[in-house]
Ligand binder design. Structure first.
Ligand code: GLP
Length: 241
């Protein structure tokens, strides 16, 4: 893991976007793994700028998002991760939306036994993720791999912890009962298999998770982010609080 300290959000957004640009310029049909949340928004804004300046094109790009809510109430459909990506990136670039994938639809019926690992197979069939961007939860989750997740987990139904539900209630008028309790998320193994990973750590609430990441040289299921400890090409972009 390489730790890269950034002066501010602007610098962080630019540096992470450059990681994307380097890949896309070398491989115009790259396979990208994408995250939602506040952390990557600045990166997406920079990618949009690069696209508008004709520095990069997404015409041949395929994307796989990390996760998606299950059982989102209809009135909160705007909070779906598909909608987030449309609004924050896809609508402003030349990506073919048929090549943008999510592990489930928010309207899928909750079936904890349903096998979602075809998502991993689709990623592998396309040659694997060339670059995956990640945010981090205050409890150290990546994607929605909550504490206790197995290192060998693949894309599957996950139950959100009460701390994640509380963190995400800010998008649901602070109404904890309206936050979905389940999601489908790439697993830790799916994430680990990405050829290159960029993780963003910003904000006071991430302090403990960040410490755990720095201090663990091996995977510890209490802090799912530590799966990155042995990943061969992970860069962590952070702002010191
Ligand atoms: C959600 C997402 C994660 C994201 C995390 C942090 O729980 N499933 O992928 O990393 O939130 O979000 P933020 O960047 O808004 O702090």
């Amino acid at each position: 893991m390489e730790f890269i300290k950034c002066k501010n959000l602007e610098e962080l957004g630019q540096l992470c976007a450059n990681e994307f640009k380097n890949i896309i310029v070398k491989k115009p049909n790259a396979i990208l793994g994408l995250a939602t949340g506040s952390s990557p928004i600045g990166v997406y804004q920079n990618l949009i700028k690069m696209y508008k300046n004709n520095e990069i094109s997404f015409q041949q790009i395929t994307t796989f998002n990390l996760d998606e809510y299950l059982g989102l109430k209809h009135e909160y459909e705007y909070n779906s991760y598909r909608n987030f990506m449309n609004e924050n990136l896809f609508n402003a670039i030349d990506v073919n939306k048929n090549n943008t994938f999510f592990p489930c639809k928010t309207s899928d019926l909750l079936d904890s036994k349903k096998d979602y690992s075809d998502y991993d197979k689709e990623i592998a069939n396309k040659g694997g993720l060339d670059l995956l961007i990640l945010g981090i939860g205050s409890n150290g989750h990546i994607g929605f791999n909550e504490p206790g997740s197995s290192k060998n987990s693949t894309t599957r139904v996950v139950e959100l912890t009460s701390s994640t539900i509380k963190d995400n209630s800010r998008f649901f008028n602070n109404n904890i009962n309206d936050v979905p309790k389940y999601a489908v998320s790439m697993g830790l193994q799916t994430i680990y298999q990405a050829k290159k990973i960029v993780l963003i750590v910003v904000g006071e609430s991430k302090k403990q998770a960040f410490e755990a990441l720095k201090n663990h040289k091996e995977f510890n299921a209490d802090w799912p982010c530590t799966v990155l400890a042995n990943h061969p090409d992970t860069k962590i972009f952070y702002i010191e609080n």
